[in-house]
Design a protein around this ligand. Sequence first.
Ligand code: UDP
Length: 319
Amino acid sequence: MATLLVAGGAGFIGSHFIDRLIARGDQVICVDDLSTGTREHTEMHADQPRYRFVEADVCDGGIEAAVRGSGSMRFDAVVHLASPASPPAYLARPIETLEVGSRGTHNLLEIARLDSARFLLASTSEVYGDPLVHPQVETYTGNVNPIGERSVYDEAKRFAEAITMAYARTYGLDVRIARIFNTYGPRMRADDGRVVTNFVYQALAGDPLTIFGDGSQTRSFCYVDDEVAGLLALLGGDEPGPVNIGNPHEVTIRAFAELVIELTNSRSTIEFCELPADDPHLRQPDITLAREALGWEPLVTLRDGLQRTIAAYRTSSLG
Ligand code: UDP
């Protein structure tokens, strides 16, 4: 049994990640300010003696005392999943997004350093920006517009990677960096604003599906169970990364809209809207490193994962 601090544990990926930790017998302290996380996700484990929820912002100066609690708990691992992740969410909170990637990451790294804990950073495919190398391999250093709207997320995550590596080099901290690609599944907020929730809820309501641009841009969608299995393999293995954790099955947004309409048996039409600034044209992970170093690859097809997701969204706004 290990004791883990999971920042952002009330979020979409965080809540699934904690499910797996609890199931294998770990002790979990979840910290989340609920700015984009969901209180219901923290209540799911409330009856577990090995789970404690702390409502706090990891950017606060008092965060260490808050997460250690009265028993001065020590951690074996610190997992940093805290950040707005959907473009509408981070564009609505530009300064907070930069803060959680910078000061929040620094605060969590300090806790890991004091405990000689392993530190796992959830980074992102957005560090590649609008990529000029396709598919994206970890050695590609990216094409980010540093003053564009999306830079509040992209550059925050790039800084988070930089300070994580600086802690590894300066203090010998045992670090892991995951670059997470588009992930979907049950428990995304209905108002999340990303393409999977928008399209599925639009299709279920019979509303037009809002394609931004002409729909020729691509994404590669990973089912959340696969994503969490990849993160756990990285956390438990010897490879520090950065490692791409995503599903290499690439689709155009147009084809994705048509698949959602088919799987929901919807009468929805398609509406073309303005493409947001700096929206990446292509995205597909090269997962050679994850396959070879972690023995991990995604198992759930887009069709299967979407069917499970649609079934969950039909019955609950939280899946
Ligand atoms: N998108 C879309 N309609 C929507 C929401 C998003 O066409 O209602 C597009 C968006 O412009 C992008 C892709 O779908 O090209 C994925 O967007 P999302 O917000 O899910 O995440 P991103 O990969 O851009 O971070």
